[in-house]
Write a protein that binds this ligand. Structure first.
Ligand code: PMP
Length: 442
């Protein structure tokens, strides 16, 4: 075979070559079968090889695959925007800006928030606040908002200092407090940060409803987002919910913010919106955000060649219809409860599992040193070892960080396709348990 010139995540690693996907399974060229225990990067929500989606993609390809957004609109793009608006449980309409990746969508949200204030004459309101232990994407604007020490390090001079407050990480509370006696100190910290910077300089605050890869699934305590939203409103700051990982049914609700009944001003979607069948992401902006833009310059200053791509829009529509028709949000809820309970039981007899947490089928398992209960030393490469061993045994997991104060820490995300069946979950659990047993024997 010719030498590969494809740049891969780790150049000295040999990756299996995937040749087929079906339901929750992936197959490589040597005939090995894997459970996609993380839907790739928490993306393939409806599973692989779905004939209904492939049919919809083909039908759209026969009509038109590409038009440029300043020259034409298309039926699927228009319909998708309507559909997304209908999915948001709010009185006011939400507009959609369609892009190709989560990073583009969070960066679009950042720009739309700034533009919203500029259109009203508040030119100085151009800073975005975010949290440490967060990930909003890899492009420079999105990375600026990401509270991810390792991913920022190399590009630090180019990045704006957006992370200003801590994540609501109760397992290792950054303030060494306990819920509920803490009085949600981590949420109050936002007000302190706003006072330091000056609300006249801040356009928006962005947060992942449940922190994904940067923190190994950090679920906030009750009342946290209500308090965050109150602080944002009081200080005239927009609230952006980055639902790239949590949205589209992943956590047992269409959007994770519904768990706390909080309405964001901007909602960012990606990953599960097209279940990975075609690249698509979206920035949803409420009427409140859009009105000054519509009565001002009438054009959102952003966009890409592939924005509102009809092929991707038709794919996403088919995926959303499938999620609704097959009641996959209920599945996510029930299957998630089952898996979390089983994993918590597993943790009782497994000293390296420090914490199991999640909502729906977005589940984090944090590993700890059995003696200290602290994260393993980085040199142990615990997450990498677990991921590799699990893959050898036919289970794909998603690596995550866990640990406060910039410590890397170890966690994996278990987030199989929402269509997973009981017997498949049992299989997943048994491979996971065996993996951890063998890792400990080392
Ligand atoms: N936001 C969140 C919450 C994410 O999890 C991710 C991807 N892991 C992104 C943004 C960036 O999305 P993408 O990789 O599609 O650019």
């Amino acid at each position: 075979m010719k030498k590969s010139l494809l740049i891969k995540p780790f150049m000295d690693e040999i990756y299996p070559k995937a040749v087929k996907g079906s339901g929750i399974y992936l197959y490589d060229e040597d005939g090995n079968k894997y459970i996609d225990g993380s839907s790739g990067a928490v993306t393939a929500s409806i599973g692989h090889g779905n004939k209904e989606i492939i049919h919809a993609m083909l039908e759209q390809a026969k009509k038109v695959s590409f038009v440029y957004r300043s020259q034409f609109t298309t039926e699927p793009a228009e319909e998708l925007a309507c559909k997304l608006n209908n999915l948001v449980d709010a009185d006011e309409p939400y507009w959609s800006f369609l892009v190709n990746s989560g990073s583009e969508a969070t960066e679009t949200a950042m720009k739309m928030a700034i533009q919203h204030w500029q259109e009203q004459g508040f030119d100085k309101k151009n800073k975005i606040l975010s949290r440490w232990i967060s990930y909003h994407g890899i492009t420079i604007g999105a990375l600026s908002m990401s509270g991810h020490v390792y991913r920022r390090a190399r590009f630090a001079p180019l990045l704006d200092e957006c992370p200003a407050v801590s994540a609501p990480y109760c397992f290792r509370c950054p303030f060494n407090l306990n819920y509920p006696t803490c009085g949600l100190f981590c949420a109050s910290e936002l007000e302190t940060a706003i006072n330091r910077v000056g609300s006249e300089r801040i356009a928006a605050f962005i947060a992942e409803p449940i922190v994904g890869a940067a923190g190994g699934v950090i679920v906030p305590p009750e009342g946290y987002y209500q308090k965050i939203k109150e602080i944002c409103e009081k200080n005239n700051i927009l609230f952006i919910a980055d639902e790239v990982m949590t949205g589209m049914g992943r956590t047992g609700k269409m959007f994770a913010m519904e768990h706390w009944n909080v309405k964001p001003d901007l909602i960012v979607l990606g990953k599960g919106i097209s279940s990975g069948y075609s690249p698509l992401a979206a920035t949803l902006a409420s009427k409140k955000v859009m009105d000054p833009i519509l009565s001002g310059s009438k054009s959102v200053m952003s966009g890409h060649t592939f924005s509102a791509n009809p092929q991707s829009a038709a794919t996403a529509l088919a995926v959303i219809h499938y999620i609704e028709r097959m009641k996959l949000i209920d599945h996510s809820c029930k299957n998630g409860s089952y898996l979390i309970e089983k994993l918590k039981n597993m943790a009782k007899n497994n000293p390296i599992i420090g914490d199991v947490r999640g909502k729906g089928l977005m589940i984090g398992v944090e590993f700890v040193d059995p003696l200290t209960k602290e994260p393993f030393p980085t040199v142990e490469q615990m997450t990498t070892r677990v991921i590799k061993k699990a893959r050898e045994k036919g289970l794909i997991l998603y690596p995550a960080n866990a640990g406060k104060d910039g410590l890397v820490g170890d966690a994996v995300i278990i987030a199989p396709p929402l269509i997973i069946k009981k017997k498949e979950m049992k299989q997943l659990l048994s491979i996971f348990e065996e993996t951890l047993r063998e890792i400990q024997l080392k």
